[in-house]
Design a protein. Sequence first.
Lengths: 288, 282
Amino acid sequence: MRKLKEGIIEKLILICGLASIFFVVLIFLFLLKEGLSVFKTVNPFNFLSGKNWYPISEPPQLGILPLILGSFLVTIGASIISIPIGVACAIYIAEIAPGNIKEVLKSGIELLAAIPSVVLGFIGMVTLVPWVKAVFHLPTGLTALSGAIMLAFMAMPTIVSIAEDALYSIPKSYKEGAFALGATHWQTIWRVMLPAASSGILAAIMLGIGRVIGETMAVMMITGNAAVIPHTILQPVRTLTATIAAEMGEAVVGSEHYFALFAIGIVLFIISFAINVGADLFLHRKKT
Amino acid sequence: MRNSKRSQSIAFFFLFLSTLLIVVPVGLIVVIIIIKGIPAINWQFIFDIPRQGMRAGGIFPAIIGTIYLVTGAIIFALPIGLLAAIYLSEYARDNFLTRIIKLAIINLSGVPSVVYGLFGLALFVVFFKFGASILSGSLTLGIMILPIIITTSREALESVPQSFREVSLSLGASKWQTIRHIVLPNAIPGILTGTILGLGRAAGETAPILFTVAAFYLPRLPKSIFDQAMALPYHLYVISTQVPNVDEKIRYGTALVLLMLVLSMNLVAIIIRYKFRKKKKW
């Protein structure tokens, strides 16, 4: 009897162990099921490179190039800001900050990770957006730049914590060896520690970028939501994620618009899949 | 030599500056929300329904909606997540399958939140015909927090020393008895921490509930799990972008309630972790 009961429990444990695979596959299948229908009306190439996103005109024009460029512009901006600052902060926390300050800084970063993105979006609307508007004398502060600044901020917890882990896991002997050769602390960090931790830091950057591309609410609230091809970073843009969030509520289930939004979901899923697998490869390489 | 000392000082100064650039705004954001939000907080604001198109009254239905959603998500995610963690920590061998499972967990945690929203819409709302309901929203949020629960529970289980298991097995206990009576009780604080972190994440997310449950304006409490509901994060989004002329005080007040809800959960998780570390004898 006990054997039987334990057999059942162990089967259950195995099934739950496989649940994550099941859900990843299920998510992808359902995105495909709803999203692929759009390619009956527009071919994949035109979908990705079409310059006009007018989903409710007659006939609808479903080109997501403006949205891809919107996401791209905001992501590039956020990366330029967040990578140097984030890595620098990770170095400071891992190497320089004394014990108790280190704990305070780490809690500060954890705090940032815990703040809901809609709250950051709201704060961005009332502080960052008027500031960008005033500094650059723009008709509106809802621009790609505002989004990039906010997203850079939101990518920090990911970049800092993973890069710090990478620096922390370098064997002590590397550092001691460099010191013994007469290098200063900074020379050791720059010439020994950073190269040794490079694959972990690269993974941190990739996951930070993944976070930026997938972020939805804050970016929808402060980038202005104009689905046009942006020419400068001081223009309103609309990202892939914001398009889904803003339009799905109005799209009729089973319409081309509905299918097109799922097709955007497929694009996002593939991007995040590639980033996560890539980052995992880098992290894995470090261990061997 | 002096040159390298000086470049070190300059470099360290910039590292310090970068750190401030992150930490100071975080502090400022929390302080601004607290200072501007506190005047809005009173008995009526917390326990009344919204009135005059959300421009007056309280946010009670949104608070209750969020509590329902979070509870539903955890009821779904905790058993699956915990058993999955037990599988990974106690049963899984170092083989290809385990590698794939770990990769799947990483991917699950990396899927953009709005894609979870799409998935919930396609599977629960449309395919299973649950409609936009607390059930659909809870299940969507549950799948979203699954990786958090699996990862933290697994760490908690793996931190139980191997010798505990060996002693139990040598006394004639079966593998499941060992897990049930030796490993799990010792891992409870870690599992609790993960669960609370998952709760906090589920409470703060907006995109997954946009099309699966959230009601724009529903000034009453939900009646069943097949009912739509308001939720705090969505309510904050609505009153700050969709409804004109909402008193700023109400916006800050809502942001404060949401922020405090999420931060207090994180604080509880941190305290449990801290106490556990101090008590740990091995």
